[in-house]
Ligand binder design. Structure first.
Ligand SMILES: *Cc1c(COP(=O)(O)O)cnc(C)c1O
Length: 464
């Protein structure tokens, strides 16, 4: 499989190179040159397979000849062997039509582990036997950081620099990052919000000399391999609920649009998807864009769902590109307008393309709280606030279609917010251990490209 940039001018890459690069050199994002498809029989054939078996089959067309099938399967076994539930991503029934898809059984208790555990292994596999050294730079609103750090801590040939907005991530989230003391892990608290952190990372990538000297790579969901790994659980859940004979809707708590874009890819590959319900909190840029075409950013409002407190959804560009007839020049112009004026409009073609599949819901704090209480009272399930946002949106669907709500974090990761909403204090699972007793280590920097760039340059390994 070959990968092309959404902005049309970066080199076309194979899977290995696209994975190692993350962001495209023209500022765009890599997408497969064409969507592979699984026919009805192939989808029916997934019934009863384990998660790792399903993953290897769904991902093989994207990987192409970069790995042989046996090798890909072994990496899937290793990545998903670290999950604490035998089903990896179990389905839990809530009522007649509604299910939770629990994506938080990985080492850091959020769905980011599903993709990042695999990505860490892919990086290692692709670097082994080369002299390459990778410098991973990422910005996190909370969960990506810990999942990425867990996936690469102590691995040869990789340094990871992770920026988080100071004071805007939960204690559990921060400690899951800052208590990892491996020498290749560098945590940075920056003054500013998540969008500031993400803009710094983008600027460093766009500095070609800097990016080349340190071989920068991304683990944010701008990395294609991450989205690829997330396509798997849409198939896994869909098949368990009747695909290919029955279409299922998915309610997805959305921030950077990576998770729900993976659902779009699953639909493109042939999975019958009744709806993709894009659930945002009051930071609703994506909901507004899909509902009326207005893609304009406001100020980020801090909420109980920090992983969705985002005003610029990187992966939305992939959807715009695909819906806009895959015209790289047009996408570059559209994103250029957005970057310079903080606003742009979707074209009629893009809106018409999105309408049959996507529904967008903006969920405020009251709606979220009500959904979290409903889950407790009606189904005996304690859900985290992000899941609560998606569940509130799922409950707005008319009955009759099965709706799977993606449960993206373990409730104990956001214990204070869960307790406020439900009165129940969820306990941290034993596998996270003595998180609150461990030493923390991180740097505090101003939210500027210069400060972060200098910090990285002092510590990263430059190319020979
Ligand atoms: C990252 C995250 C999200 C948002 O996912 P995107 O792919 O950025 O849309 C939702 N919930 C939780 C718990 C997350 O960690």
């Amino acid at each position: 499989m070959r990968y092309i940039s959404t902005r049309g001018t970066a080199p076309v890459l194979g899977f290995r190179e696209a994975t190692l690069a993350g962001l495209a050199s023209d500022g765009g994002l890599y997408v497969p040159e064409a969507w592979p498809t699984l026919d009805r029989d192939a989808i029916a054939g997934l019934a009863g397979l384990s998660y790792a078996e399903t993953a290897a089959i769904v991902m093989q067309p994207f990987v192409g000849d970069a790995l042989d099938p046996g090798e890909l399967r072994a990496l899937c076994d290793a990545a998903y062997g670290r999950f604490s539930h035998a089903a990896v991503t179990p389905l839990v029934q809530l009522d007649h039509d509604r299910w939770l898809l629990e994506l938080f059984h990985g080492p850091t208790l959020a769905f980011k582990d599903v993709a990042l555990q695999l990505l860490g292994l892919l990086f290692e596999r692709f670097l082994t036997g080369t002299d390459d050294h990778l410098t991973i730079i990422g910005a996190t609103s909370g969960d990506t950081g810990s999942a990425a750090i867990d996936a690469v801590a102590g691995r040869e040939g990789i340094d990871v620099f992770m920026l988080h907005p100071a004071g805007r991530v939960s204690d559990v989230q921060r400690r899951q990052m800052t208590t990892v003391l491996s020498p290749n892990v560098h945590n940075i608290a920056i003054r500013g919000d998540f969008d500031t952190a993400q803009a710094i990372v983008k600027a460093l990538f766009n500095d070609a000399a800097f990016a080349g000297r340190f071989r920068l790579s991304a683990v944010n969901s701008i990395n294609w391999a991450r989205l690829m790994a997330q396509v798997v659980y849409y198939f896994y859940a869909g098949v368990r609920l009747g695909a290919p004979d029955r279409a299922v809707a998915y309610a997805v708590p959305t921030g950077n649009f990576g998770d729900v874009f993976a659902g779009y890819v699953a639909a493109k590959m042939g999975l019958p998807v009744a709806r993709l319900i894009v659930a945002t909190n009051v930071n609703d840029i994506v909901a507004r864009a899909l509902a009326g075409g207005d893609y304009s950013r406001g100020l980020t409002v801090p909420t109980a769902t920090p992983s969705m407190d985002i005003q610029v959804s990187s992966n939305f560009e992939r959807l715009l590109f695909d819906l806009g007839s895959r015209d790289g020049a047009a996408t570059a112009a559209q994103m250029g307008t957005f970057e310079s004026t903080r606003a742009m409009r979707l074209t009629n073609v893009q809106l018409a393309g999105a309408a049959p599949l996507f529904a967008a819901e903006r969920i405020d704090a009251d709606d979220m709280t009500m959904a979290m209480r409903w889950a407790c009272d009606a189904a005996g399930q304690v859900v985290d606030p992000h899941t609560g946002v998606a569940l509130a949106a799922a409950r707005r669907m008319a009955p009759g279609t099965p709706v799977v709500t993606l449960a993206t974090a373990h409730p104990a990761k956001f214990g204070d917010a869960v307790e406020r909403a439900t009165g129940i204090r969820p306990t941290l699972p034993a596998r996270v251990g003595d998180l609150f007793d461990r030493e923390e280590r991180f740097a505090s920097l101003p939210g500027t490209v210069e400060a972060v760039g200098a910090y990285v340059a002092e510590r990263a390994v430059a190319r020979a």
